[in-house]
Design a protein. Structure first.
Length: 386
C-alpha cells in the first residue's frame, strides 16, 4: 500500500474517532441538561410549597384553573390568598355572585352556620328558619289564635271558624361586613385562614341576628320579637303599673296571658339588667317562680317557670325611663320566622387597601325575620308605653 493511501486512511480514522467523541459529548450534555432541569423544577416546587417563607417571601402555591377544578375549598382559599379568580371560577362557576365575589363552598358555609347556631339566641330558642333563593318570601300570618276542634253530629252543619290570615312579606335584606387583613397573613400558607374567617364571620352574623330578631324596627330590616312600633296593633302589650318596678304579679300575669298549650315551649327575652332585677325578686319571694331546680338563665338552666330566658342588649331595661319600649317578652319561638337566602358571598378587594399593605374582604349574606303569629307573643312594656 502506498504511503499516500496510508495517510488518507489514518486521517479518515481520526475523523471518525472525533465524530464519535462529539456524539458522546452531545449525549452526555443532553443528559446533564435533563438532570439539571429536573433538579431546578424540584427546587421551584419546594419554593412554592414549603413553610416557612422562602427567602423572606410567603409561599403561595401556584395553580392553574385545572389544578383546583375538583376542590371548591382549595379553590376558594386560593382566591382569597391571591385574588386569582380563574382557578376559583373553574371550581365554583355556580357560585358566582352578582357583585363580583363568590359564594363560599357548602362545607365552609356549614361550618359558619354551625357556629352561628351555637351563638345566636334565635337559633337556640328554636325559631323557624326558612331558606330560599328569592329576595322576597310570602308566608301566611295568623291574626288570631285558632281554638280547639268542635264535635259535629251526623247530618249537622260543620263548625265554621275562619282564621284571619294576612300575608307576611319577608324581604331578605343584604347585610355586609368589611374584613381587613395584612398581605402577609393572607399569603402565608401556614396561617389557618379558613378557621379565622369562619370564626370571625360567624361571630358577626350571630350578633347581627340576635340584635335584629330582638329589636329590629321592621323598616329595611327584621321585625324583632320585642319591636314596639311595628307590633303595637298585633301583639298584646301589658304595661307596668309603676315606673321602674316589676312585680311578681305582673310576671305571673304575662306568663299566663299566653295560651296554655304554648307555655311549655315558650321562652323569655329581656335585657340583662331586667333579668338581674327579676332574679333579685327570688330573694324576697323564694319559690315564686318554681323550685330552685327550675330557676336560672339561658338554655343551660331552667329559666323562669322552667322556661329558658335569653338576653338582648338591644332591649330597654326596666328602669331606662324610655317610653314605648318592651322590657320583657314571653313567646312561642315557632311564632317567629327567619328567612334567609341561601349562601354567603365573599369578594376580595385587591387594590383598595394595597397602599396600607392590606387586603380587603367584603362578606355579605341576605336575611330577615318577622312575627308570623302575633297572638303567640306577649309583651310587658314600660309604664308610659301606651
Amino acid at each position: 500500500m502506498e504511503e499516500r493511501e496510508l495517510e488518507l486512511l489514518a486521517a479518515k480514522a481520526a475523523e471518525v474517532a472525533e465524530k464519535r467523541a462529539d456524539e458522546r459529548a452531545a449525549v452526555k450534555a443532553a443528559k446533564d441538561a435533563e438532570i439539571k432541569a429536573a433538579v431546578e423544577a424540584g427546587i421551584e416546587e419546594y419554593k412554592n410549597t414549603q413553610e416557612p417563607a422562602w427567602k423572606g417571601g410567603f409561599a403561595t402555591k401556584k395553580v392553574t384553573k385545572l389544578g383546583l377544578k375538583d376542590d371548591e375549598m382549595a379553590s376558594f382559599l386560593h382566591y382569597i390568598r391571591t385574588g386569582d379568580s380563574v382557578a376559583a371560577k373553574a371550581a365554583m362557576v355556580e357560585g358566582a355572585d352578582s357583585y363580583g365575589g363568590f359564594l363560599v363552598p357548602e362545607d365552609f358555609h356549614a361550618t359558619i352556620q354551625a357556629k352561628v347556631n351555637e351563638l345566636a339566641w334565635p337559633r337556640r330558642a328554636g325559631v323557624q328558619i326558612l331558606n330560599g333563593s328569592r329576595d322576597v318570601m310570602q308566608v301566611p300570618r295568623e291574626g288570631t289564635s285558632l281554638t280547639k276542634w268542635e264535635v259535629t253530629a251526623e247530618s249537622c252543619d260543620y263548625y265554621e271558624e275562619e282564621p284571619q290570615l294576612d300575608p307576611l312579606s319577608l324581604t331578605a335584606y343584604k347585610w355586609t361586613r368589611l374584613i381587613k387583613l395584612s398581605e402577609e397573613l393572607v399569603e402565608d400558607q401556614a396561617a389557618n385562614l379558613d378557621e379565622f374567617l369562619s370564626n370571625t364571620i360567624a361571630d358577626w352574623a350571630a350578633q347581627t341576628e340576635s340584635y335584629m330578631c330582638a329589636v329590629g324596627s321592621g323598616s329595611g330590616q327584621h321585625t324583632g320579637v320585642a319591636c314596639w312600633t311595628s307590633t303595637t296593633t298585633l301583639v298584646a302589650n301589658t304595661t307596668l303599673a309603676t315606673s321602674d318596678v316589676i312585680t311578681v304579679a305582673e310576671i305571673f300575669a304575662l306568663a299566663y296571658s299566653l295560651n296554655d298549650g304554648l307555655r311549655d315551649r315558650a321562652v323569655w327575652l329581656t335585657n340583662g339588667t331586667t333579668e338581674s332585677y327579676i332574679r333579685q325578686l327570688l330573694v324576697s319571694t323564694p319559690y315564686a317562680f318554681g323550685p330552685p331546680s327550675l330557676q336560672g338563665t339561658g338554655t343551660g338552666m331552667g329559666g323562669i317557670f322552667g322556661r329558658p330566658m335569653f338576653n338582648s342588649s338591644g332591649m330597654s331595661a326596666y328602669n331606662s325611663g324610655e317610653s314605648d319600649t318592651v322590657v320583657l317578652a314571653f313567646f312561642d319561638p315557632k311564632a317567629y320566622m327567619i328567612y334567609e337566602r341561601k349562601g354567603l358571598a365573599i369578594r376580595r378587594l385587591n387594590e383598595l387597601y394595597a397602599a396600607n399593605g392590606q387586603v380587603g374582604l367584603i362578606a355579605s349574606f341576605r336575611q330577615t325575620g318577622g312575627i308570623a303569629i302575633p297572638a303567640h307573643v306577649k309583651h310587658l312594656c314600660n309604664k308610659d308605653a301606651t
